[in-house]
Design a protein around this ligand. Structure first.
Ligand SMILES: Cc1ncc(COP(=O)(O)O)c(C=O)c1O
Length: 406
């Protein structure tokens, strides 16, 4: 007797809200680089957004002690009282104004899921951190992307902001120091943006300050410049970047209590409270010695200067010097033209194939014609990476000239 045939299930059907969302281009590229390396190829990846420094030893010790002391049970959904109080004290707010989440990324996702109805708009300057637009789309909102090219210092102007705001705008997302450009806003520039926002009370402001301790000069904050916006502002930060704790997954949001409670309602159904042991580690990072930050900032500054000088020496590449974070975002249009490569994605793909150097195309950040290089790597890797890029660009010059003669 033949067994009854079992119907083949149809291919997985994605919900419309994630139909266009894939693993980020940064993750895909980093995984491709890792695969090539596993196959025995000599690959340098200057593509990921994390410092190469170790997590400070006293932070690891605090995590160990917390685990031994039994901090191993479900933590409170909005974060452990000790960590929330520490963050609140630093910011001059109350515990109820603070939520601790599984990375700064979850704070942003919580905020969008908690606030957006389908079709609500979120204004963001481009280039932006890749996840911003995908998180908004996942929450069924509409990213409204405003081009802020190098000529404007990659900064949003008050005129652009005013023209973009509509009755459907729920949020402005700002990030400074920014990923991928490292740009900062002066107090006067922030004040000018605030003056526009004052007339639009329905617009909330998400200020992502995750790189604020990694700036190479003074940082002005919207909180200080425009305290009247505090009632509709969510400040996002965390230990991932400054304290070299990307794997611990602790970030936080500071905002009005009603907003924080709504973020908590989302978090309560997604992850519950963030890892208790990692929260103890984050507390140790915030309350322990801070000298390491200045030391590491100086190391990063030296790497920044090395990379900016190296890139500007290459034909067809121009690279502004970033004011913060650990990325440079050079324009490569000249080099693309010489190499007859149509897109920055094709440039990065060829660079990885031919020279074993992984960099991220600017289109992943909403501004094609550029690439992002992270300088949170050792000097030897940075110098080797620059040498490979130089070989790629100048070899291309020879090919293009040959082609021109043919
Ligand atoms: C601008 C920006 N915000 C937030 C994050 C996320 O930080 P976390 O690792 O704490 O989720 C990143 C990480 O790359 C980032 O670049």
């Amino acid at each position: 007797m033949t067994p009854p045939s079992i119907p083949t299930p149809p291919p997985f059907r994605r919900a419309a809200r994630i139909a266009r969302i894939e693993l980020s281009e940064i993750v895909q590229l980093t995984e491709r680089a890792a695969r090539l390396r596993a196959e025995g190829q000599d690959v340098i990846a200057l593509s990921t957004g994390e410092p190469d420094f170790p997590t400070p030893a006293h932070v690891i010790e605090a995590a160990h002690q917390a685990a031994l002391a039994g901090q191993t049970r479900y933590p409170a959904t909005l974060g452990t009282p000790a960590l929330r109080d520490r963050i609140a004290a630093q910011a001059g707010v109350e515990r109820g104004n603070v939520i601790v989440s599984t990375g700064a990324k979850q704070v942003i996702a919580n905020a969008m899921l908690a606030s957006l109805d389908p079709g609500d708009e979120v204004v963001m300057p481009a280039p932006y951190w890749t996840s911003y637009s995908d998180i908004v789309a996942m929450a069924e909102g509409v990213p409204v992307v405003l081009d802020c090219p190098a000529g404007s210092g990659f900064r949003l102007s008050p005129e652009q902001l005013a023209a973009a705001l509509t009755p459907k705008t729920r949020w402005l997302m700002l990030n400074a120091p920014a990923n991928p450009t490292g740009c900062l806003y002066s107090a006067a520039e922030l004040r000018a943006l605030a003056d526009v926002l004052v007339a639009h009370p329905q617009v909330m402001i998400l200020m992502d300050e995750i790189y604020d301790l990694l700036a190479y000069g003074p940082v002005a904050t919207l909180r200080e410049v425009a305290p009247e916006l505090a009632g509709r502002m969510l400040v996002v930060n965390g230990v991932s970047k400054a304290y070299a704790m990307t794997g611990w997954r602790i970030g936080w949001g500071i905002g009005p209590a009603g907003m924080i409670a709504a973020l908590g309602a989302v978090q309560g159904q997604v992850t519950s409270g963030a890892c208790s042991i990692a929260q103890a580690a984050a507390l140790a990072a915030l309350s322990g010695p801070q000298e390491l930050l200045a030391e590491r900032r100086e190391i990063l500054r030296a790497r920044r200067d090395l990379v900016v000088e190296g890139l500007n020496a290459l034909p067809g590449i121009t690279c502004p010097s970033p004011d913060g974070a650990f990325y440079v975002f050079p324009n490569i249009e000249g080099a693309m033209a010489r190499l007859r490569l149509e897109s920055c994605a094709a440039f990065c793909a060829e660079l990885l194939e031919q020279e074993g150097l992984a960099l991220v195309p600017g289109r992943a950040f909403g501004l094609p014609g550029h690439l992002r290089l992270s300088f949170a790597y050792g000097t030897a890797d940075l110098e080797a990476g620059l040498a490979r890029l130089a070989r790629f660009v100048t070899a291309g010059m020879a090919t293009a000239q040959d082609g021109d003669r043919a």
